[in-house]
Ligand binder design. Structure first.
Ligand SMILES: [Zn+2]
Length: 329
């Protein structure tokens, strides 16, 4: 049967019919909110490049977390912005139990024991050169030297009570190194949500402003995935599955929906999409100029992630889930 008997517009006739046949909004439980934590209790610093997001001291973090929890979000991902004095060539201050991430984890788990708390496991905020691992004699990141430090960092976060660690350094073998370390120390229950396909992307600019984590020299193309190499982008995630990652991730999200969709066909693991700072901030920038409605654009973009196959959505919008989706069909 074809037109005129078939009329696809029939199911768009009115709001009630559309409501019946459209997919529902992504559930709040699927969202993880990434937060930036700084030393000090009460700090709540604006991040100019990321409107509505802040660098938070512990007490401020707990207040913001409460607002997010009340909206029913599924979890929090903690980034730490340490004192500059703790930076070193190998980033080993990332493993300190009194560090900013373990402190934030302890506070969050004490106040919100039911809320899954994940931690970013990387060294770039702790290295003096800003790369994600120590450098070798040639000045490039020494993959194998980074592994024990990353594993120790993950263990430190697990000891603080993190439900899951999220390794983001894009070192070969990092998931395996972390899994072995955690299992050997009695943390076989700690989840690994791997940044399994993390692209060397131009969309991280606002995050680097927030996290003061831009590399001092060079770029991260030697370890992060090239956006031009589709097969390897998929392989990166499948490799982490063989290393026993529990959750895979594609980062950034909106320009990589093809990779997300492809991966969905090739794995039974949950897939997270990281809706990165550039994706968040560009909508704010467009809305400020009157080029689109902020919430409409945000909803549409988040919906696309779920439609492409994301089981979990890491997004700065998670903090505003209620404003975006409540009462919206
Ligand atoms: Zn890093």
């Amino acid at each position: 049967m074809a037109f005129p008997e078939t009329r696809l517009r029939r199911l768009r006739t009115n709001a009630g019919i559309r409501r019946l046949t459209d997919a529902p909004n992504p559930d709040a439980r699927k969202f993880i909110w990434p937060v930036f934590c700084v030393p000090g209790d009460t700090a709540k610093e604006n991040i100019p490049a990321m409107p509505g997001q802040y660098r938070l001291g512990l007490n401020a973090l707990l207040k913001e977390a409460e607002a997010a929890v009340l909206q029913g979000i599924g979890g929090i991902l903690v980034f730490g912005i340490p004192e500059p004095a703790c930076k070193s060539s190998d980033g080993s201050a990332a493993c300190l139990d009194k560090g900013i991430i373990p402190s934030a984890v302890r506070a969050l788990k004490k106040n919100f024991p039911e809320l899954p708390v994940f931690t970013d496991v990387c060294l770039c905020a702790y290295t003096s050169h800003g790369h994600c691992g120590p450098l070798d004699a040639r000045g490039s990141v020494d993959n194998d030297a980074a592994l024990p430090i990353l594993a120790e960092t993950a263990l430190c976060h697990a000891r603080a009570g993190a439900d899951g660690t999220a390794p983001s350094a894009m070192m070969d073998g990092q998931v395996q190194a972390i899994r072995k370390k955690l299992d050997g120390e009695g943390f076989s229950h700690t989840v690994i949500m791997s940044y399994s396909t993390k692209f060397a992307s131009s969309l991280y600019g606002p995050f680097r402003e927030a996290n003061s984590s831009a590399p001092g020299k060079g770029d991260r193309k030697g370890y992060q995935q090239s956006f031009r190499f589709r097969n390897q982008a998929v392989l990166e995630s499948l490799e982490d599955e063989t290393e026993c990652a529990d959750i895979l991730m594609v980062k950034p999200s909106l320009w990589y929906l093809d990779i997300l969709h492809e991966l969905k066909k090739r794995t039974l693991l949950p897939i997270a999409a990281y809706n990165v700072s550039g994706e968040y901030s560009m909508l704010h920038a467009a809305a400020e100029r009157g080029w689109g409605n902020l919430h409409d654009m945000a909803r549409e973009s988040l919906f696309a992630l779920e439609r492409a196959g994301a089981d979990i959505i890491l997004s700065y919008w998670a903090r505003y889930y209620g404003e975006l989706f409540s009462g919206r069909e």
